[in-house]
Design a binder for this molecule. Structure first.
Ligand code: AMP
Length: 284
């Protein structure tokens, strides 16, 4: 049975008991409406700790004023059922008032530089919202390990940097992207797609796969790899917000001729959804 806690005091008591029994704790932060991508994170967490806490919190701080905070899909009872099936130990599902009593916190955590590139250009306050809430969750739960998806590569890189810079002492684990059979990366926001959008959205993974194959065949020119992705998207009638080839850890633009691993990251609006995807090149 999965325990569901809505208050900070309750989850902290439970974590304290787990530790008294000699247990280890893994945290999987999510915004709920869980799909197979989230469940892969939970399975990884179960491999890494005796006790797993999945947090479910639609964090207002990471949504811009014109974004989908109000309509973001929410399904707590379905989520708890899915997690019980996996044997997850506990869910922490606080309300907004529990996390931000009296309004948004005045204290913010910002990873400078990395938060302003890629998605940060069009979502200037997004990553500050993410790092602030993740820092709070880390302090509340004090996990040994926290698990994040590589689907949000920029988020993962920023959190690794925050943990290093602020000495959180938490092991950050990344899990590869989970895709539908069509190649589309699973996302809670895929619910916004119509059937026609879905078929156009297949171009994202097709474009990245094309670049991956070109890389494997020896192509190392950054702009050629980037153009290959852009062309596939445009052929599908999509106009991406960005397609960039960056260094995996720093998110700085890769050199003109790639020398080491790189990430091709992109964001595209398809119908009512803003979709992101990426591929890692040259990872050993
Ligand atoms: P979200 O609920 O969208 O905030 O996502 C919570 C966590 O699940 C984040 O670490 C995401 O990167 C991860 N995640 C979401 N979708 C996927 C996916 N398709 N594959 C792997 N991880 C994912």
């Amino acid at each position: 049975m999965t325990l569901v806690f809505h208050s900070i005091a309750e989850v902290q008591q439970w974590v304290g008991e787990a530790r008294n029994q000699g247990g280890t704790v893994a945290l999987v932060p999510t915004m709920g409406s869980l799909h197979e991508g989230h469940l892969a994170l939970v399975r990884e967490a179960q491999q890494r700790a005796s006790h797993v806490v999945v947090s479910i919190f639609v964090n207002p701080l990471q949504f811009g004023p014109a974004e989908d905070l109000k309509n973001y899909p929410r399904d707590l009872s379905g989520d708890v059922a899915r997690l019980s099936h996996l044997g997850t130990s506990a869910v922490f599902a606080p309300g907004v008032e529990e996390m931000y009593p009296g309004g948004p916190s005045a204290t913010r955590v910002t990873v400078e530089g990395m938060s302003g590139v890629l998605c940060g250009r069009t979502r200037p306050t997004h990553f500050q919202g993410v790092t602030t809430v993740v820092a709070k969750l880390f302090h509340i739960v004090r996990p040994d390990v926290a698990v994040f998806g590589e689907k949000d590569w920029q988020q993962l890189a920023i959190i690794r940097r925050m943990v290093r810079d602020l000495n959180f002492g938490i092991d950050i684990v990344g899990v590869p992207i989970v895709r539908e059979s069509s190649g589309l990366a699973r996302s809670s926001r895929n619910q916004y797609l119509t059937a026609e959008d879905r078929s156009r959205a297949q171009a994202l993974s097709r474009a990245l796969e094309g670049a991956r194959v070109a890389y494997l065949e020896g192509e190392r020119r950054r702009e050629v790899l980037r153009s290959c992705v852009l062309q596939t998207l445009r052929d599908a009638g999509l106009n991406p917000e960005y397609v960039e080839v960056v260094e995996p850890e720093t998110l700085e633009q890769s050199p003109e001729a790639l020398r080491g691993p790189a990430v091709i990251a992109l964001a595209v609006r398809v119908g009512a959804a803003r979709l992101i995807d990426n591929v890692i090149l040259g990872r050993s």
